[in-house]
Design a binder for this molecule. Structure first.
Ligand code: DQQ
Length: 533
């Protein structure tokens, strides 16, 4: 990063220039992590989409390669859109992806490595049989809403299964296809799952998680697991998921009671995070989530800076102890970039106090802070009609004094607080329970009026009576990626300060509530630059 490019990231993945969107086909092969991504080779806006390709040994430092998949056949001549990798029983990775055909219909294609002994998998060969799945007069598939095949799995019946995102009118669908040989695919009679009123499901992802434990599992049919179905809602641009059960005889997925499809359900991230995809990391027995974060700057600013789109830090993902939600945490490898640790002693933060943390490169940092709250009886009562956390955060931003909160971090702050982004908590009472709200308030993040400064918010399932409230923020120039409650609620935001850049950015803890809170832990690290292409 430099003065002329103050928003380029130090350790979040991005190409040197132009447009990037969805992560595609993430996998580990012969000890090498692969990331493909939707890329426009020509400019900083969406279009001309190819699969760009980078590899890594640690998910932190990346080497770019030539494009892996690009338009070359009738089945993809107008675009090579999103898709996923599947390991065949002989260990060969196969890629299913969406192609746009000469009629601008969406069809599904297969590409295989040219040379399986190359751990970098530089060359991909498309089968001449493409497309393998296509809309036609019989199958009633909507030709402009049929895309983004998942990683396939082998069913109990010995057949391959894969789902593809779709919709019929306002009903979102995970269309199911099955195959005996990975080449000839047959549309199943019913979708794996669908939900009325949700609109197009982009980039579905379907995978098991251990019912008890943090380890990841692959897609082999097994006991002791729950299933996750995630889809990216084209209408809202959020990644939603449910937790449920998969009947692998009937090939039907059913969300658990209380796990709701669509906009009123759970999200991976309550900020900017879309078109995500997981893979099973067999080297470390974990499931890893990749997600794309779009810019919040104007298109003209994107064109001026010459690039748009980053990937979130890969997150390990597992089912929380409650069984009701997933937990996400940045891969441990990212901690290799930590340097110059600052550890502050336990401290009471009185009302109105702002505590600066000196000695960290605040524009490129990793911060962990925990709060202990007493005086819980002082919690404000949450208006029962305030069920949308984002709205509560927008009405009660960082500058609105409360009782228990707002307290948290002011990041990317300029000297005179002309600019800052605040990530904070508030504690409310609702009936006989406490409710913890996490907010990321971008309203003061930049003096540039041209950015989207929407405030984001999420409830965090922690019990302030017995637990401390923790926050980790990965700050990276134009990225503030925050994990509340040890990864129970995540908010990634994009900000573009004009004053608080590079060395002029500062980091603070604050408490703007009328009650004191205690900081029980406060660790901050400067982050080294990763090789991100
Ligand atoms: N992006 C891809 C599509 C997908 C969308 C095209 C989601 O395959 O549905 O670049 O961002």
């Amino acid at each position: 990063t430099s003065i002329t490019q103050p928003y380029r990231t130090g350790y979040h993945f991005q190409p040197p220039k132009n447009w990037m969107n969805d992560p595609n086909g993430p996998m580990i092969y012969k000890g090498i992590y692969h990331l493909f991504y939707q890329y426009n080779p020509k400019e900083a806006v969406w279009g001309n989409i190819v699969w760009a390709h980078s590899t890594s040994r640690d998910l932190v430092n990346w080497t770019p390669h030539k494009f892996a998949i690009y338009p070359s056949q009738p089945g993809d001549i107008n675009g090579t859109w999103s898709g996923s990798a599947t390991f065949l029983p002989n260990g060969t990775p196969a890629i299913l992806y969406t192609g746009i055909n000469p009629q601008n219909q969406q069809v599904q294609n297969l590409a295989m490595p040219k040379n399986t002994s190359d751990p970098y998998l530089l060359d991909w060969v498309k089968t001449p049989r493409n497309p393998l799945m296509a809309p036609n007069a019989q199958n009633q598939i909507n030709a402009t809403s049929f895309r983004d095949p998942t990683t396939a799995w082998l069913g109990a019946d010995g057949r391959w299964k894969v789902i593809i995102g779709s919709k019929i009118h306002r009903r979102g669908l995970a269309i199911l296809y099955t195959s005996k040989d990975f080449i000839n695919w047959v549309k199943a009679k019913h979708p794996l799952h669908s939900a009325e009123g949700t609109g197009m499901w982009e980039c579905p992802d379907f995978f098991p998680v251990l019912a008890n434990g943090k380890n990841g599992v692959d897609l082999k049919i097994q006991k002791g697991v729950k299933y996750v179905l995630k889809f990216s809602l084209d209408d809202t641009k959020h990644d939603h998921y449910t937790i449920g059960d998969y009947d692998h005889v009937k090939d039907i997925y059913t969300p658990n009671r209380g796990s709701t499809d669509g906009d009123s359900g759970l999200r991976y991230d309550y900020g900017k995070f879309y078109a995500s995809k997981t893979f099973f990391d067999s080297a470390k027995n974990r499931r890893i989530l990749w997600g794309w974060s779009n810019e919040s700057s104007s298109v003209s600013d994107d064109i001026k800076k010459g690039w748009a789109g980053i990937q979130a830090i890969p997150r390990v993902i597992w089912l929380g102890k409650s069984g009701k939600q997933l937990i996400q945490w940045p891969i441990e490898e990212i901690e290799k970039l930590r340097t110059n640790p600052i550890n502050l002693p336990r401290k009471v933060l009185k009302k109105g106090s702002v505590l600066q943390v000196a000695g960290v490169t605040a524009a490129q940092a990793d911060v962990e802070i925990s709060f202990k709250v007493s005086n819980l009886e002082k919690a404000e009562v949450l208006n029962p009609s305030w069920t949308n956390p984002q709205l509560v955060c927008s009405r009660k931003g960082a500058s609105v004094r409360g009782s228990l909160g707002p307290f948290g971090l002011l990041v990317l702050a300029s000297n005179g607080f002309e600019e800052y982004t605040s990530v904070f908590f508030r504690i409310f009472k609702r009936q006989n329970k406490y409710v913890v709200l996490m907010c990321s308030d971008q309203s003061r993040s930049s003096l540039n009026p041209g950015n989207d400064k929407t405030t984001y918010g999420a409830f965090v399932d922690v019990d302030p009576v017995h637990e401390q409230i923790s926050l980790r923020s990965l700050i990276d120039h134009s990225v503030v990626e925050s994990f509340g409650g040890g990864g129970k609620s995540c908010i990634l935001t994009r900000v573009y300060p004009q004053l608080a850049i590079n060395e002029a950015a500062h980091l603070h803890a604050f408490n703007n509530g009328s009650e004191s809170v205690t900081i029980t832990r406060f660790s901050a690290w400067s982050m080294k630059k990763a090789r991100i292409n």
